[in-house]
Design a protein around this ligand. Structure first.
Ligand code: HEM
Length: 497
């Protein structure tokens, strides 16, 4: 047989095999007879993804369509068959009871070529276990209480800035202002640096903070392929973090570490803890690979994630809270009364204890986090095949991505009647007793729950105390009220109380 013919045969065999494997992958759920969302070959279940109809909307619609079909339904996380859990008992099993089998997230990360992805949220297996044990104490009650005075100072600076803005005009974009506040807070508490973004909206930290949530290294298609084939993407040495963001954090941490080492500075912050971990000699990543302490890249990855989580998630939640309170002035007034009464009982000084006494504040934040969960879904990956108890046909195979549709659960009318309504009464202690704890998941649950939840809560409550004490918020002509959150920023009318 001529050589060209052999070559053609080999190439066709290769293409046919790849095409067959791809077809088999995209027909995974059909072949098993499990109800599923019909995928597109390029984007899986996310082919309808647009700016207006995002992940949240797609997940919610899938949850609603398949809710009564079984304990889970199938879908395609781009080209990756995945499970969406529909039954609350199964949610509990995956997050808590059978956590040992679902301790990984299984999301793309590539420490070698994209060092900022080597953080606690992305790493799995024994690396996660060791890092989690070392990093979670930084957000203990004791440590968070220690950070409180600093947070209070930044919140007071925010009041000054807002006072100035109100003098110039009453319609204010609150999302950006909240972003400046949370950037200064997390910059100091996590990295030990003064970001100064309240004083200077164009401060470098803030500009980068804004870019973390918008700038991607690749477009949707390449990102889809990376998430669809994370192992292959790692093999091909792909990266997802934007190079400018990587450069900024690498420089920031390197300079910070050098400065502290040279001047023998010991801050009471995360950077200090990370520096101690970098020297640690007695930890192991796994049986074969001795862990000799964090490298600068690994330290930077943690610092980067803490910065991103601490600035964007809390500022988004704060601005949604202000938006809802502007739409319902009577709720705002109730919160203001609680703040004023509590402060009066404490000689007009905000203490850490005051926050615990503000029950309505807790309810308002809980309801905002229900209506606007910052992560619309939680991700886990099965380590071994898992047969859903009581449903032998429903098997979650080893390696399968498992999605807990937080947004679907939070908008389930059987759990939260009239889910579009912002109603903090859903979170009174009495009403909460009537619901399963697992039905409210803005911070996740189980051993992989958010470790920064206490800090995030404190940071948001302190801001709200001062905002309610000094200002009144109402809907401005630039913010159309309605079912959907305004996409062009949250402009509110702000007056001094
Ligand atoms: C409103 C504020 C915040 C929200 C709504 C939030 C939400 C979440 C959620 C949903 C997860 C995933 C949990 C799961 O899979 O079960 C998570 C994980 C995480 N969050 Fe937060 N977070 C917030 C603030 C913070 C802050 C301020 C920090 C730290 C500075 C932080 C650090 C982390 C870390 C390190 C993880 C990964 C935990 C692990 O995998 O072990 N978060 N967060």
């Amino acid at each position: 047989m001529p050589l060209t013919l052999v070559l053609v045969a080999c190439v066709s065999a290769f293409i046919s095999t790849v095409a067959y494997l791809f077809w088999r992958r995209m027909n995974y759920w059909r072949q098993r007879g499990i109800p599923h969302d019909e995928p597109s070959y390029l984007y899986g279940s996310f082919h309808r993804l647009t700016k207006a109809f995002g992940y949240s909307e797609i997940l919610r619609s899938m949850y609603e369509r398949f809710k009564y079909s079984g304990p889970f339904c199938g879908y395609y996380f781009f080209q990756r068959p995945a499970v969406m859990v529909l039954d609350m008992e199964l949610v509990k099993n995956i997050l808590i009871k059978d956590f040992a089998n679902f301790s990984d997230r299984g999301l793309f990360h590539n420490k070698r070529d994209d060092p900022l992805t080597g953080h606690l949220f992305f790493v799995d297996g024994s690396k996660w276990r060791i890092l989690h044990g070392k990093l979670s104490p930084i957000f203990s009650e004791y440590k968070v209480r220690g950070m409180f005075p600093y947070v209070r100072n930044v919140a007071l600076q925010m009041v000054d800035v807002l006072n100035e803005l109100v003098k110039r005009g009453s319609s204010i974009e609150v999302k950006e202002l909240m972003g400046r506040y949370t950037t200064d807070v997390i910059g100091k508490c996590a990295l030990g640096i003064e970001c100064n973004s309240l004083k200077n909206p164009n401060a470098e930290c803030r500009t980068i903070g804004r870019r973390i949530s918008t700038d991607r290294r690749h477009g949707l298609l390449v990102s889809a392929l990376i998430e669809g084939f994370p192992k292959l993407a790692r093999l091909l040495r792909m990266a997802v973090t934007h190079p400018d963001i990587e450069k900024f954090f690498m420089r920031l941490v390197r300079e910070n570490v050098e400065y502290r080492q040279k001047n023998n500075v010991r801050g009471n912050d995360l950077m200090n803890l990370l520096m101690e971990l970098s020297k640690s000699k007695n930890l192991r990543y796994d049986e074969n690979d001795e862990f000799k302490g964090l490298t600068v890249e690994e330290m930077t990855a943690q610092a980067f994630f803490f910065f991103a989580a601490g600035s964007e998630k809390s500022s988004a939640t704060l601005s949604y809270t202000l938006y809802e309170l502007a739409l319902q002035p009577e709720l705002q007034e109730r919160l203001r009364c609680e703040v004023n009464e509590t402060l009066e009982q404490h000689d007009n000084e905000l203490t850490y204890e005051c926050l615990n006494e503000m029950q309505y504040m807790k309810q308002v934040l809980a309801e905002t986090l229900r209506k606007y969960p910052v992560l619309p879904h939680l991700a886990r990956q099965a380590l071994h095949d898992y047969v859903v108890p009581g449903h032998p046909k429903y098997v979650i195979p080893a390696g399968m991505l498992v999605t807990i549709p937080v947004v679907g659960i939070h908008y389930d009318a059987e759990i939260y009647p009239n889910p579009e309504l912002f109603d903090p009464e859903r979170f009174t202690p009495e009403r909460m007793k009537l619901r399963e704890k697992i039905e409210w998941l803005p911070f996740g649950d189980g051993p992989r729950k958010c470790i920064g939840f206490r800090f995030g809560h404190m940071e948001m409550s302190v801001a709200l105390v001062y905002l309610m004490q000094h200002f009144r918020f109402s809907v401005s002509a630039m913010t159309k009220s309605g079912k959907r959150l305004p996409k062009n920023g949250i402009f509110l009318k702000v007056e001094r109380v």
